[in-house]
Design a protein. Structure first.
Length: 244
C-alpha cells in the first residue's frame, strides 16, 4: 500500500472521529475514500470497523445525552432495513453498488434541502409513528449498503427539531447499536476480514483525535454553517461515486 493510500485512510479515520462527535453527515467523505481505495463491496465492511471505533469515542463523550424515547421509536424498524440492505449487497456487483451509493447520497442531500426549506411542516409529520418506522427502515438499509444512514437520521432528527447535543448523543448510541448488528450480516456475506479489524485498531488514534476535536467544536460553530458544509461534501462525494 502506497503512502498516498495510507494518508487517505488516516484522513478518513480523522473525519470519522470528528463526524461521530460533531456532524455525522461528514462521514460520507470517509465512505467515498474507502470505496475509492478498496473494492466497493469490501469497503463497506472495512469502514464499518472504523465507524465502530468512532462510535466508542462518541458514546463515551455523550454518555448522558441519549434520548431513549427517540431510540425506542426507531429500533424496531432497523432490522428489516438491515436485512433488505444485506439482500441488496448479495445480488449487486461493485459498479452497481458504487453508483447506488452515489444516488442514495444525492437523494439524502435533496431530502435534507427539503427539510431545511419546510422544517415547520415536516416537524409535525416527523412526530408520527410512520415517520419513525420510515426513518428506521431507511437508516437500516442505508447503513448496510452505504454506511450512509447519518443523512437519514439527520433528516429525521432535524425535522423533529431535536437540540444539537441531544441530536449527537442519540445518534451516537443509535449507530453504535446498529453498527454492531451489521457485523454478522457483513460476516455472512464474506465481506469482513481480520485485516479490517487490525486496520481499524491502527487507525484508532486518528479517530480519537478527530472525536476530541469534534467534541470541543460542536458548541462553538453554528449549526447552519455545519449543515451547508455537510450538504456540499455529500453532494460532491456522491457525484464522485457516480462518475468514477
Amino acid at each position: 500500500m502506497g503512502m498516498t493510500q495510507l494518508l487517505l485512510f488516516g484522513f478518513a479515520a480523522f473525519v470519522i472521529g470528528y463526524s461521530k462527535t460533531a456532524i455525522g453527515g461528514l462521514a460520507v467523505i470517509s465512505v467515498v475514500i474507502f470505496a475509492s481505495i478498496l473494492p466497493t463491496r469490501s469497503s463497506t465492511a472495512a469502514i464499518l470497523m472504523v465507524l465502530i471505533v468512532g462510535d466508542l469515542f462518541a458514546i463515551w463523550s455523550y454518555r448522558r445525552d441519549c434520548d431513549l424515547q427517540l431510540m425506542r421509536g426507531l429500533i424496531p424498524s432497523v432490522l428489516p432495513g438491515l436485512a433488505l440492505g444485506a439482500g441488496f449487497l448479495a445480488i449487486v456487483d461493485d459498479t452497481v453498488l458504487r453508483r447506488s451509493i452515489g444516488a442514495l447520497l444525492l437523494a439524502m442531500v435533496a431530502l435534507q434541502l427539503v427539510v431545511n426549506a419546510r422544517r415547520d411542516r415536516l416537524g409535525q409529520v416527523a412526530h408520527g409513528r410512520a415517520a419513525a418506522w420510515a426513518a428506521g427502515m431507511g437508516a437500516g438499509f442505508a447503513t448496510m449498503t452505504a454506511n450512509a444512514a447519518g443523512a437519514v437520521m439527520t433528516v429525521y432528527l432535524v425535522a423533529k427539531q431535536v437540540d444539537k447535543v441531544r441530536f449527537v448523543g442519540t445518534s451516537a448510541w443509535f449507530f453504535f447499536g446498529i453498527n454492531l448488528l451489521k457485523i454478522p450480516f457483513s460476516t455472512s456475506l464474506g465481506l469482513l476480514a481480520w485485516a479490517d479489524v487490525w486496520r481499524a485498531l491502527a487507525l484508532a488514534p486518528l479517530v480519537g483525535i478527530g472525536a476530541w476535536l469534534g467534541r470541543h467544536t460542536i458548541r462553538r460553530i453554528s449549526q447552519a454553517a455545519f449543515e451547508k458544509a455537510v450538504l456540499a461534501a455529500s453532494a460532491l462525494s456522491a457525484l464522485a461515486l457516480l462518475v468514477r
